[in-house]
Write a protein that binds this ligand. Structure first.
Ligand SMILES: *Cc1c(COP(=O)(O)O)cnc(C)c1O
Length: 428
């Protein structure tokens, strides 16, 4: 009988994990936890588990193009470690506005007088209502008093802004006369009318809402939260007609042309840019937003401003399909997806004899265009192989149902096909 060997020192164990690439202080924590648990052998697995908690690029084979859990719109943006004119006016050599560069581009893109950007669309709505309606009333249709994505709830945003919500109409039908009656009430001091696009659900049947064009006939400014960030309903950047699944999705250009005084939308939904909120419309309404104290708290940094500027220039240059990954995914012909899926099946069929190509339906995602799909194809294999796919480096995120796993090709870049093949083949 030999005496049980003494556990290694924390430092020795931590050093033995250095191939994980994790920083030494983290490895020390992991080594200590393994020793404390009396399970030294588990240290490598603990290091691996930690590494998998870090932000990691993945292949999105879910068929949900703007996957909220996967960061919505993917976007490549490179920036040198150089000083940047974030708040510097090159013409005068004086301090400039952080909002000027990107603001003028989004105003031009949407056909409006002015624009500004904040961290996300929730911030945009909060800032607009705080700047234009704090201490006053904001009529909102009962059908648009919605919750979007868990924590964006219109009544709560209004409450945080210091404005008072005035319920208008009914859950399923709200007419122009309902707004007019609310505005005319002697106890109501309406600052703006807020119209919210109920992005992530659809009410069908006996429903009616009031158009922006009708709301524009009222005596108070109309703010439209369109959410998705579709710039132009005609999608002039696409080779053909706008895809059918976009019908019914409000667009910035048309909403402003219909008479909205301000429009707000997200940067990382159908726009295809970085996470941001864009406020665009009348200069005399954007101005109080720029000057409000919350604007400072909600302002984006230079990285996001740079990515937004690049996105706006891409639209103005009509390079959208080539340079904005979301629109590239949308515009890829079905035949191309099928060819690539066939090649993947050929490459993995020895390992997965039942691998096959099946028609699939992809979703825009991020709460855009609920209930609609776009045609796609998937590589399908028998069994639930989600876990091994996630374990691959880089991980591949797919979907499984009824003991079959489907890898939808529409959100997979052609440069990632090799990764999909390797992940399906598994460790050799
Ligand atoms: C998505 C959405 C929001 C929230 O936007 P974030 O950019 O996620 O903050 C607000 N309003 C509408 C209508 C939306 O669709």
């Amino acid at each position: 009988m030999t005496a049980p060997s003494r556990p290694p020192s924390v430092d020795t164990l931590a050093r033995s994990l250095s191939a994980s690439g994790l920083p030494h202080p983290i490895l020390v924590d992991i080594a200590r936890a393994a020793i404390d648990a009396g399970d030294v052998e588990s240290a490598p697995a603990r290091a691996d588990a930690f590494r998998r908690t870090l932000l990691t690029p993945v292949v999105n084979a879910t068929g949900v193009l703007l996957h909220t859990n996967l960061g919505r719109a993917p976007l490549a943006h490179h920036q040198d470690a150089a000083a940047q004119t974030v708040e510097f006016d090159l013409a005068s050599g004086q301090r400039g506005s952080r909002q000027a560069a990107v603001g003028q581009l989004f105003a031009r893109l949407c056909g409006a007088e002015a624009a500004m950007v904040v961290n996300n669309n929730a911030s945009a709505v909060l800032l607009v209502v705080a700047a234009l309606a704090a201490g006053r009333d904001v009529p909102v249709s009962r059908g648009e008093s919605v919750e979007i994505g868990g924590s964006f709830r219109v009544p709560e945003v209004l409450q945080q802004s210091g404005a008072r919500l005035v319920d208008v109409g009914t859950t399923n039908r709200t007419r122009l006369a309902d707004y007019a009656t609310a505005i005319d009430r002697s106890d109501v001091d309406a600052a703006i009318v807020l119209k919210v696009h109920p992005s992530n659900y659809r009410v069908e049947g006996f429903v009616e809402d009031t158009s922006v064009a009708d709301l524009a006939t009222l005596d108070v400014p109309v703010v439209a939260d369109i959410g998705s960030g579709l710039i132009d309903a005609h999608c002039p950047w696409l080779p053909g007609a706008p895809p059918a699944w976009l019908a019914g999705e409000p667009a910035a250009v048309q909403t402003l042309a219909d008479g909205a005084d301000l429009v707000t939308f997200s940067g990382d939904k159908l726009l295809g840019g970085p996470q941001a909120g864009i406020i665009v419309g009348r200069a005399d309404l954007v101005d109080p937003c720029l000057r409000h104290p919350l604007a400072r708290a909600l302002r984006p940094g230079g990285l996001v401003l740079g990515a937004l500027q690049q996105t706006a220039l891409t639209y103005l240059d009509r390079r959208v399909v080539a340079d904005i990954p979301f629109w590239k995914m949308v515009a890829t012909p079905l035949a191309d997806l099928r060819t690539r899926a066939d090649d993947i099946v050929t490459a993995v069929v020895d390992r997965h004899p039942t691998a096959r190509v099946e028609p699939s339906e992809a979703l825009p995602g991020a709460g855009s265009a609920p209930g609609v799909t776009m045609p796609s194809v998937a590589v399908v294999v028998d069994g639930d192989v989600l876990e091994p796919l996630r374990r691959h480096s880089p991980p591949v995120i797919a979907r499984s149902r009824d003991q079959r796993t489907a890898l939808d090709m529409r959100a997979v870049d052609p440069s990632e096909d090799r990764v999909v093949i390797d992940a399906l083949l598994g460790p050799r």
